[in-house]
Design a protein around this ligand. Sequence first.
Ligand SMILES: [Zn+2]
Length: 469
Amino acid sequence: MTMIGLEIHCQLTNLNSKLFCPCKANYREFEINENICPVCMGLPGSLPRLNREAVKKAMIIAMALNCSTPEKIAFFRKNYFYPDSPKNFQITQLNIYGDTSVGGPGSIMVGDKKIRITRIQLEEDPGRLIYEGSSSKNQITLVDYNRAGTPLVEIVTEPDFETPKEVRDFLNILSDVLTNLGVADPSLDGAMRADANVSIEGGKKVEIKNIGSFHDLEKAAHFEITRQESLHSRDIEIIKETRHWDDQRKITVSSRSKEEELDYRYFLEGDIPWVSIDTDTHEKLKLEMPESISSKKERYVSKYNIPAQVADVLSSDKYYSDMFEKAHTESNAKEVANIITTELMGLEDTREKREASKLTSVHLKDLADAIKSGNVSRNSSKNALHEILKTGKDLSIVIADLDLGNVSDESELLEIIKQVISEEPQAVEQAKSNPQTINYLVGKVMQKTKGKADPASSLNLLKKQIGLS
Ligand SMILES: [Zn+2]
């Protein structure tokens, strides 16, 4: 049996400042080495001060993943010498004096399968190494400390995954949960990174480090399983080792470093006292937590009668569910959900398109109301949506500009129907003997009105004219 366990590093991208100093958490907007201070550089005499919001956000994540949360949390120094760490240690958490990490054991359902979470810890991100030069021999290593000290949450799972697909499904769910909580934007470059442990039946545990994206995590697991199975089939021993993910070549490579847990010489961080989290804070955080994805889904189905599949898609994406919440009313909820899931999601499928879109929740509400009242046919609403995304004009103006208003005047519609009947005598005869074929004539009416006629009233009028009702 294949066993895969994950360690996911997730930056708390929505915070204002770093974990222990006032530098910005959003280091991406700075020039190289401009977002630094004596604290995150570890200069002598500087003292860290814990970011309270970061603790809250990490606890919210722990609660959302059904993890236990301790009454006291503690921080530790993990010592290592590497140029990405200006202090030569990282402040992190460790469960050595009891469970003092921000989250204890928990679990998350992936389909019918329960994936166990071992623990969640809050720690600081190191700086970033930049390699310049063409070949590995002529490379110059530069370092950018803007990221050093950024708040990071590490989520450790038990080795409960059996296939790379399960890994992918879990990551998709986790990514939606974190976005929904408003703690992180997993789509930002480098915001989610991971290590994975992979072992096959009869083999040893191999750790893969340095996987820079969720997309690559699935690939790395897949590559590693294939590599180990190939060794196993040739009776070559699989050794316990650490490998690195080479994201250029998309393979894992044996890594020369042989750091063991003990080498880090963990000890309590004396500059940060233990933090007590009382019951009140716990309760308050629970109340402040955004509605969960599953609760949203249930509400959409039970309150608005939205089909389960549509509710599932809508609730799991924060961007669209926020838009739904703002745009819907008791009466148009189903229509708003329909426009979002069948049209909008296709039109705004990238971050760039979302950012460029001029559509507001008011547009969406107006459009749903117009479809419901019959002012715009569903067909024409697609054209209107395209135009609004581009221009941001009011729906009424778009309808007038593009002449999208429904042919709602019955006498006008009747004229068109009479025309169709005179042009299609054969189809009319056929419809009389086989009423189902009347849809062909409805199609002709829609064609002549450029999709602006209401199909139901067209059908009724057609039937009357032909003498079917
Ligand atoms: Zn700083």
